[in-house]
Design a protein. Structure first.
Lengths: 400, 477
């Protein structure tokens, strides 16, 4: 049986990692292991932050929170909710999608740069992460950033570590920005649009001064996979408005007549609205159901999403929905090995990247989960990795 | 040259080859790209951090990415240091050259290449000014959010180098949050593209580390930036307080109440007087501190938000509340604020600090700043972004008095240490440059700095790109 490492302090972690570096021992870095399926499979001794637990600093009037990396996300969300605050980047819970169990940790959330539908307003996890402490691959404790909102002191290692999937360092503590929970929300729904029409309507809505904070399109083929939520039948294009009550009412009342030129307009309020955006965030229509159909996450220019889908639909069986105004496509495929085709079309449509989230073992073994990089960028990424993890012990191979 | 900050001694071997280097560069570049006469070089000897100046070996003014690549390739081959430059407005000396370095100034690469409204982004050359982007899209209802005070002159390339902020980033974030992609030339001449029109890129967040890297990792020649739809309306309101404490406490309570305005700017009495004398903005002169709070949205939204903010201000003994009656009045209020640095420059020389502190420390740090400056026998004006704790004490002094200049620098260093000790950082938006370079050890441990320098070396192994900046000269890897 492989070793399992569960450091109980930063010093512990540093000593264990220094030791592993010395021995050239590969470590499979994780928090709660609920997002371990992202990227290629890692062989190594399990090394988890789950015993580094607890909120170390939280003063709501400063709008920042500091916690040890292994603190459960739920514990932080509960503490924030008590003070009427939230992580504005709306991080997804990936357990349904990945078919995993366990406790998502705050370190894992930032290491995977998780975000949600509010991404285009509030940024991703990386935009909200202010400071980190981590142990590098030589077993040295390093800090970067701090606990203030604006900080340009030195190189921004914070951004580099966010979204590095545990391949550059072992996070021990994170400090991030929090914001007040909007007091009200509503979602304006345009019905009956095809994907191309929806892209036009979403783009138009985001060009208004209504401050839309969520823009998703659910084609008819996925619409029924969402809960009822008061949505009308047929394809639904959703535009979320959040803020204080009077402001939400005011903006909804401006947005609705504006959108009537695109299709039939209706509205869902507070509870139903929250529910549908949670389902979009967590990709519940494509939850792991044992069928092992490949699931792809595609990030591209908002106007390219529907074009990509149109091209792929002519070639193979796909089912998909769009978040981020069309710039984030969640796509489930009927067949197996289509990576090259997806990536070729994506390139033709102006670029972006396609990530294989889930598939049968045999498919994953022969597919690059993350978009392969251009040579210059790949060389640079490898050089950066070597500077943080010189022995290559952190999650070897996970990012390809 | 005054002051205590050491600049790297020029490499005599490079200096001795100066004529050859200039001739070589001129040989493969279009006529007029390389300038080298003393008269022409003079404007490039310093930037917004005017206490220090050095003449560069030569200045290159390329018009294309290929030209930038060719220059870098040559400089890499002959190990000639390079200092990238935008408009030269850096307040931390980020663009100050050195005698053995070629300055690559991107001001001629000033074209907006593409405006893409459906994807709400613009692709621009690095020498485009910050304001030019907003102006190009304004008629169509969009703007580019980061708005440093120097936005009329500063370039987007410089903004990326420093990860610039501005008054409105409380709501919209700083450069790194509004940047989608760059085209960048590595020191060896390789051209790479990071990011694009998608909201996120795959692999390591190299764009994130390039932004704010102060021109040490590569030279950005093009950028894709986000455009945001303009709000329906904007309204700045002036609040005058009898004490700085009252104003700071008001800021904290507004934020704590979950009201996030677009901007909260703070000015103390000296700053109010300086700005009012210059801009005639109608600032009250009988108060100790002033807040400019800007809200945006529809009329109803702004009314609701302002009502709540005014209520909080009253709890902290606000003396004057001045709402604008017209767009002209609103513009005047911002004119006063945005001309603060220029107006101060008319009455004295100054150095502008840029430390950021947690909001709960604003009052303490303001008090500490006053004590430090008094101890050094100098005056200070405070004008800063209070909503995010980014302080800008302007230390007034006479640049021609070396003794006073030394004291000003010392006072500045003491203030920045105070910010770090209060849980903050040395610089919120101006960058480290040379100004704060030797204070880095106060904020970071050796391991922290070694790690940053190691990552830097992954991009520029020979340390030739903007080499005298950011990291203390001693102890480099």
């Amino acid at each position: 049986m492989a070793d399992i490492y569960e450091p109980e302090s930063e010093a512990d972690a540093a000593a264990m990692i220094a030791d592993a570096a010395q021995a050239g021992r590969a470590l499979a870095i994780s928090g709660g292991n609920t997002r371990a399926g992202f990227g290629q499979k890692v062989d190594g001794a399990a090394f988890t932050s789950k015993r580094l637990r607890g909120i170390t600093a939280y003063n709501p009037s400063e709008m920042t929170l500091t916690a040890l990396a292994g603190t459960p996300v739920a514990e932080i969300e509960a503490e924030l909710a008590e003070n009427g605050q939230m992580m504005a980047f709306e991080p997804a819970d990936h357990r349904m999608m990945m078919g995993t169990e366990g406790v998502p940790t705050i370190g894992g959330l930032f290491a995977t740069n998780t975000s949600g539908p509010r991404r285009f307003v509030s940024g991703a996890a990386r935009d909200n992460l202010l400071g980190i402490r981590f142990v590098n691959g030589a077993g040295e404790l390093v800090k970067s950033g701090g606990r203030v909102m604006k900080n340009v002191t030195g190189l921004d290692l914070v951004k580099l570590l966010a979204g590095s999937y545990g391949t550059l360092g072992f996070l021990t503590e994170v400090t991030f920005k929090v914001l007040p929970v909007p007091r009200a929300e509503a979602t304006v729904v345009v019905s009956g649009l095809n994907d191309a029409e929806a892209a036009i309507a979403m783009s138009a809505a985001l060009a208004t001064s209504c401050e839309v904070s969520g823009a998703a399109h659910l084609p008819e083929s996925v619409r029924w996979l969402f809960g009822q939520n008061g949505l009308p039948d047929g394809p639904a294009t959703l535009l979320r408005i959040e803020g204080v009550e009077a402001s939400v009412a005011d903006r909804v009342n401006r947005l609705k007549p504006f959108l009537q030129r695109y299709g039939a307009v209706s509205q869902i309020d507070q509870g139903d609205s929250q529910q549908i955006w949670r389902e979009i965030r967590d990709v519940t229509p494509f939850s792991e159901d044992g069928s092992c159909k490949p699931l792809w996450r595609i990030s591209c220019a908002p106007s390219a999403g529907h074009q990509l889908l149109a091209a792929l639909r002519l070639e193979t069986g796909v089912n998909a929905f769009f978040d981020w105004q069309g710039g984030l496509v969640w796509m489930q495929m009927e067949g197996d090995g289509e990576a090259d085709m997806i990536r070729a079309y994506l390139k033709r449509l102006g670029g972006g990247h396609a990530t294989l989230i889930r598939a049968r073992e045999q498919v994953r073994a022969v597919t690059s989960a993350f978009e392969p990089q251009e040579k210059g960028v790949a060389v640079l990424s490898a050089a950066v990795k070597a500077k943080l993890d010189p022995k290559g012990i952190f999650n070897p191979g996970r990012m390809g | 040259m005054s002051g205590a900050i050491a600049l790297k001694a020029p490499d005599p071997a490079i200096l001795s080859r100066r004529e050859q280097i200039i001739a070589d560069l001129a040989d493969f570049l279009p006529p007029g790209t390389i300038i080298s006469s003393e008269r022409e070089l003079k404007p490039f000897e310093t930037d917004g951090f005017i206490a220090y100046r050095r003449m560069p070996l030569a200045v290159a003014l390329p018009r294309t990415t290929d030209e930038v690549a060719a220059i870098l390739k040559y400089c890499a081959k002959y190990k000639v240091p390079v200092v990238p430059r935008g408009a030269g407005t850096s307040l931390s000396g980020g663009a100050i050259p050195q005698e053995d370095a070629v300055v690559i100034a991107l001001t001629r690469m000033n074209r907006i290449l593409e405006v893409d409204y459906p994807n709400r982004c613009a692709r621009v050359q690095a020498g485009v000014t910050n304001l030019a982007i907003s102006e190009a899209v304004s008629a169509d209802g969009f703007f580019y959010a980061p708005d440093p005070s120097s936005q009329l002159a500063c370039t987007i390339g410089g903004n990326i180098g420093m990860n610039s902020g501005g008054a409105h980033c409380l709501k919209y974030g700083v450069t790194t949050n509004n940047l989608l992609g760059v085209k960048m030339v590595m020191f060896d001449g390789t051209v790479i593209e990071l990011g694009g029109k998608a909201l996120d890129a795959s692999g390591y967040d190299l764009l994130g580390i390039v932004c704010g890297s102060e021109g040490q990792l590569g030279i950005v020649t093009e950028a894709t930036v986000r455009l945001i739809a303009k709000p329906e309306g904007q309204r700045p309101v002036l609040f005058g307080f009898e004490t700085s404490e009252g104003a700071s406490a008001c800021v904290t309570d507004v934020i704590a109440a979950g009201l996030i305005p677009v901007a909260i700017e703070f000015m103390d009495k000296p700053a109010i007087e300086i700005c009012e004398a210059f801009a005639h903005a109608g600032y009250p002169l009988d108060v100790e501190a002033l807040l400019i709070v800007e809200v945006e949205g529809s009329e109803a939204e702004m009314d609701a938000m302002l009502k709540a903010i005014i209520e909080i201000a009253r709890r902290h003994g606000v003396k004057t509340v001045k709402e604008c009656q017209s767009a002209t009045e609103a513009a005047l209020i911002w004119k006063g604020r945005k001309s603060a640095f220029g107006a101060t420059g008319r009455i004295a020389d100054y150095i502008c600090m840029d430390g950021t502190v947690p909001l709960s420390q604003l009052t303490n740090v303001l008090r500490g700043t006053a004590e430090i400056v008094a101890r050094h026998g100098l005056r200070v004006a405070n004008v800063f972004h209070a909503g995010d704790g980014n302080m800008h004490p302007l230390i007034l002094y006479n640049i021609n008095d070396p003794e006073e200049a030394r004291r000003a620098e010392e006072a500045g260093n003491d203030i920045l240490k105070l910010c770090v000790d209060a849980g903050g950082c040395l610089t919120g938006e101006h960058g480290v440059g040379i100004e704060k370079r030797d204070l880095m050890t106060h904020q970071y441990s050796k391991a922290d700095l070694d790690q940053q320098m190691a990552v830097r070396a992954a991009f520029d192994p020979d340390w030739l790109l903007n080499p005298s900046k950011v990291f203390p000269l001693e102890g480099r890897a």
